[in-house]
Ligand binder design. Structure first.
Ligand SMILES: Nc1nc2c(c(=O)[nH]1)N[C@H]1C(S)=C(S)[C@@H](COP(=O)(O)O)O[C@H]1N2
Ligand SMILES: [Mo]
Length: 332
């Protein structure tokens, strides 16, 4: 399938991005050579501020509250190139803005990510409605380069920016009955033309077991490529659960609910045979409509690479222990 480039990308923007990637290579090389000792060294801070200066107006740098200076870099064992910015932000899935892959980039400008509140409820000692600023306060942002795989068999490698969801959830002191966590997306017809159509159960909802939610790989995400999240990628706050199919990574979160029983999820409600609760990436368990054995890496146009899909999207070493007592074929 041919990937349509996002319309209206100026050459200057593409240049800025390739400069960004060159700097990233430099940074990686410097890290590998031991030139940069600690993740918080001033050399790295300099690189990051250079990147920010290069960015064009379409990309939004973080507010000047110093958060980005606390960036740590975590790359796991990723050996793939990061997917170009224009593909990560131009080929999306965000049904609240239409079901086409280029709809979100075209229409998500009507989303208003500021001000933003998140309501926390259910099985926790501390519940309530919190401003986004309070949700983020005190957390050190990290860059995490993760593989990301959609059930439709395309994949990307994205330098997300965020912090472990666990660090936030712990603050609410979940009770011993909190076995699951459910998440909800904003549901605002004025801002989201797609929610006028019953293609999914709105608001978009997703869920994790408490162990999955507390796993250190699970990232509460506020940015990508050194910038705040573009609306089409789920501004201002989304989940990234890298060992699960993309639809588990819910966007624009406004509600977090601790629950005793397994929560409803929009895709499972739409088609339980196709979308299970767990939805761990599994090349051995095909989706009724798309083989899960291989994936097409976005960014290469017509000649984009097809690579074998890995169990748990390549994160088996980190997460397989969560599922030792689960039959992955029936608990898909
Ligand atoms: N609220 C909401 N979250 C969502 C979706 C959506 O339609 N609505 N799509 C999901 C799917 S199917 C995928 S593959 C990823 C896509 O994330 P991206 O557009 O940042 O690549 O977002 C997930 N989160
Ligand atoms: Mo997806």
């Amino acid at each position: 399938m041919l990937i349509k480039r996002q319309r209206g990308i100026k050459t200057s923007e593409i240049t800025a991005e390739s400069t960004f990637r060159k700097r990233r290579m430099l940074l990686k090389t410097a890290l590998a050579m031991g030139l940069i000792q600690s993740a918080n060294s001033s050399a790295q801070d300099n690189l990051i501020s250079l990147e920010a200066k290069d960015s064009d107006t379409r990309k939004k740098p973080f507010p000047e509250n110093g958060q980005i200076n606390n960036l740590k870099i975590w790359r796991g064992d990723i050996d793939l190139e990061s997917t170009p910015f224009e593909d990560v932000t131009g080929y999306n899935n965000y049904y609240e803005f239409g079901t086409g892959k280029t709809d979100p980039a075209r229409y998500a400008h009507t989303l208003e990510p500021h001000p933003w509140n998140v309501t926390v409820e259910g099985e926790a000692n501390k519940t309530g409605t919190y401003a986004l600023e309070d949700i983020l306060k005190g957390h050190v942002l990290e860059e995490r380069v993760y593989r990301f795989r959609c059930v439709e068999a395309w994949s990307m490698v994205v330098p997300w920016i965020g912090f472990p969801l666990a660090d936030l959830l712990r603050k609410f002191e979940p009770t011993s009955r909190a076995n699951y966590v459910q998440f909800f997306t904003l549901n605002e017809p004025e801002q989201m033309p797609g929610v006028r159509y019953p293609v999914l159960r709105w608001p978009y909802r997703e869920g994790l077991t408490i162990a999955e939610a507390m796993h250190p790989l699970t990232l509460l995400t506020v940015g990508l490529y050194g910038q705040v999240l573009p609306n089409q990628n789920g501004a201002p706050l989304r989940l990234i659960v890298p060992w699960k199919y993309g639809f588990k990574s819910i966007k624009s979160i406004v509600r977090i609910r601790f629950m005793q029983d397994q929560p409803q999820t929009s895709w499972n409600m739409a088609n339980a045979r196709e979308y299970g609760f767990y939805s761990n990436v599994n090349p051995g368990k095909d989706h009724p409509r798309w083989s899960q054995a291989t994936e097409r890496v976005l960014g290469g146009g017509l000649f984009s690479a097809r690579i074998p899909t890995r169990l748990f999207n390549g994160y088996a070493e980190e997460v397989a222990s969560l599922y030792t007592s689960l039959d992955l074929n029936t608990n898909y």
